[in-house]
Design a protein around this ligand. Structure first.
Ligand code: NAD
Length: 264
């Protein structure tokens, strides 16, 4: 059994990962970590009853050969990355909105242990990245790219890490790295500059997550769209990544590496 330590266990993603891991035959949630006063802790009561350790302190539970899965906060992600490196545990990290110092902590951990870091663990989004790459490679210059993302009202960061990753990928293709990514438009903004990428964040209700890429040419446009209907999509990707890190060498991996390792 692969021993998992789940950070943010009482949160929305933590509970989704927990549910899916419990249904698996090869993964065991050895320890669950969250704050006892976490908004989801009441629902976490059923986690306390389940097997394994429940802790408020990641340092008290993480040990060598664990696979640590974290969907928590940037501060927790940073602290956990350092602990993984120190103890020799692999890391699957999904928290979004990381500051450069948090990213640096994750990169530094990857020098000593295997780390899969993804702003979106859905394998469908990994495939969407490949589709975007293929479409932009096939088209001549001059097509416009806009990204619309929709998420639930509780989402803390905006635009989504996934929308930004898609925008940066498109920007690299358009060959205009200096041209801006704009977040919505308002007022007399004038004609759309070539190479500009508009990213539009819609928030409301319980929408799990949707990313739509519009690639617009003269008299025609292409739409690529991914809908995460359920958090299980991210949880399944995170568990696939957890299996991946058990045989990976120390290093920094993306969800695309996990997709490649699992493609026929
Ligand atoms: P959430 O608020 O429901 O859960 C976060 C949990 O982390 C909470 O229970 C909170 O108490 C806990 N936490 C905070 N500090 C902690 C600490 N120091 N130690 C342990 N636990 C701590 O949020 P969520 O919707 O589950 O999302 C969590 C993060 O994952 C967000 O950044 C979100 O954007 C991101 N996310 C990523 C993906 C992906 O595929 N990469 C998918 C969905 C959400």
């Amino acid at each position: 059994m692969i021993p998992i330590v789940l950070i943010g266990a009482a949160g929305r993603m933590g509970r989704a990962v927990d549910e899916l891991a419990r249904a698996s035959r090869d993964l065991e949630i050895r320890a669950r970590v969250d704050r006892a006063d976490a908004p989801g802790a009441r629902m976490g009561a059923n986690l306390i009853e389940s097997s394994g350790v429940w802790s408020e302190d990641a340092a008290a539970v993480i040990r060598a050969k664990d696979v640590v899965i974290e969907f928590s906060t940037p501060a927790a992600c940073r602290a956990v990355a350092a602990l993984c490196a120190e103890r020799g545990a692999a890391l699957v990290s999904g928290t979004t909105g990381l500051a450069p110092a948090d990213e640096a902590a994750v990169r530094s951990a990857a020098e000593r242990v295997p780390v899969v870091r993804a702003a979106n663990f859905s394998l469908g989004i990994a495939a969407l990245h490949r589709a975007l790459d293929a479409v932009l490679k096939a088209l001549p210059r001059g097509w416009d790219v806009e990204i619309i993302e929709r998420h639930h009202r509780h989402k803390a960061d905006s635009p989504s890490g996934t929308a930004l990753a898609l925008a940066h990928a498109a920007q690299a293709h358009l060959g205009r790295p200096s041209s801006g990514i704009v977040h919505g438009r308002s007022g007399r903004v004038g004609e759309r500059p070539e190479g500009e990428i508009g990213v539009h964040a819609v928030r409301g209700g319980s929408q799990t997550g949707e990313h739509e890429i519009v690639i617009a040419g003269e008299g025609e446009w292409i739409e690529l769209r991914h809908v995460a209907q359920d958090r299980q999509a991210f949880a399944a990707g995170a568990l696939t990544a957890a299996r991946f890190v058990t045989t990976a060498r120390p290093g920094f991996y993306r969800i695309d590496d996990v997709l490649s390792a699992n493609s026929p």
